[in-house]
Design a protein around this ligand. Structure first.
Ligand SMILES: [Zn+2]
Length: 325
């Protein structure tokens, strides 16, 4: 009787265990699926890195952020290189016949350098002047006041007809982008202050920490927290420009995150595939402090060598963006 009772208990335990085991399996999966679905649906402030399967080079966006350096000037640039959500362009199919036409037209490259004046600005100025190449400098007023050397660097840029100086805000949001953009009025005033302080001639802005485009009938916002400030700038006559391709190298070591070849190939692909915001117009983002040492400067020269091999590539000012065909 005792033995039969024990067998019965063991059998019952087995059945209960099996029931729990079986009933747990689908539930676990369901929970997992629900969680994933929630993760996708829940909007977050964190930029999401999406790899565009159409472009091999876009995998470079997923590369890790550079380590911070103790130099405060370095932090500015590092903060600005947080991977951005790639701009997904839809309804812009280029037919083969249009592509063939575009291929016969001039191709425009916009070399843009952010966060200057910084150590590196003067080297950039020398390199592009020697080559007679136009560039675009998105400047920070605060940096121009940090030392006599940097103030002089700003003046060198400002007085060089090959350099267009534009607005990247006075404080660079003190690198607290979400906080900065949470008050569009004070953010707007920071850009206004920069314009006056640096005596900027053009109402052209690149927003710190954001890849936002807002001009003519184009409005593309990568992170929603910059949207209201962008709206305010636009309503006051500013044009806001982001970038198609970013080149990242470590400004201190000069070691590339993307090699010269990688960034050159990427630019070429954007040009050939017509995958930039406007076909035949590619905007390249760099930072001034990338070129503060010899290795970085050599790499900038090497990139320009590669680009200048294309006789149909021209270097342009952002104020002329975009050339349409
Ligand atoms: Zn910046």
């Amino acid at each position: 009787m005792g033995s039969s009772h024990n067998q019965c208990r063991i059998l019952t335990k087995c059945i209960v265990f099996l029931f729990i085991f079986v009933s747990c399996q689908p539930q676990t999966t369901t929970n997992k699926q629900t969680k994933t679905s929630n993760e996708i649906d829940t909007p977050t402030e964190q930029p999401v890195v999406v790899i565009d399967p159409l472009t091999i080079d876009s995998a470079l966006d997923a590369l890790p952020i550079l380590p911070k350096d103790s130099d405060s000037l370095r932090i500015v640039a590092v903060k600005d290189t947080v991977p951005k959500k790639p701009l997904v362009l839809t309804n812009r199919k280029i037919t083969d016949s249009l592509r063939r036409v575009l291929d016969t037209k001039p191709k425009h490259i916009y070399l843009t350098f952010d966060d200057g004046p910084l150590i590196g600005s003067r080297a950039i100025d020398s390199i592009i002047t020697a080559r007679n190449i136009k560039i675009n400098a998105f400047l920070i007023g605060k940096h121009a006041h940090m030392s006599k050397h940097l103030n002089k660097s700003y003046q060198i840029y400002y007085n060089n007809p090959l350099v267009d100086c534009y607005n990247h805000s006075f404080t660079h949001a003190n690198n607290r982008f979400q906080f900065f953009y949470s008050n569009p009025q004070s953010a707007f005033e920071d850009f206004d202050r920069n314009e006056k302080d640096l005596e900027l001639k053009y109402k052209i802005v690149r927003m710190p920490g954001r890849n936002i485009w807002y001009f003519d009938d184009i409005r593309r916002v990568d992170l929603s927290t910059g949207g209201s400030t962008a709206d305010m700038l636009y309503s006051h006559g500013y044009k806001i420009y982001g970038w198609d391709v970013e080149w990242r190298i470590n400004g201190v070591t000069g070691k590339p995150v993307q090699t010269v070849d990688q960034v050159y190939t990427r630019i070429k692909n954007y040009m050939n595939n017509k995958s930039s915001l406007f076909p035949n117009n590619v905007v390249l983002l760099m930072h001034d402090d990338m070129f503060q040492n010899k290795l970085g400067q050599k790499q900038l020269s090497a990139l320009l060598d590669s680009l200048q091999q294309h006789k149909d590539y021209t270097f342009e000012f952002m104020r002329d963006y975009p050339f349409k065909y």
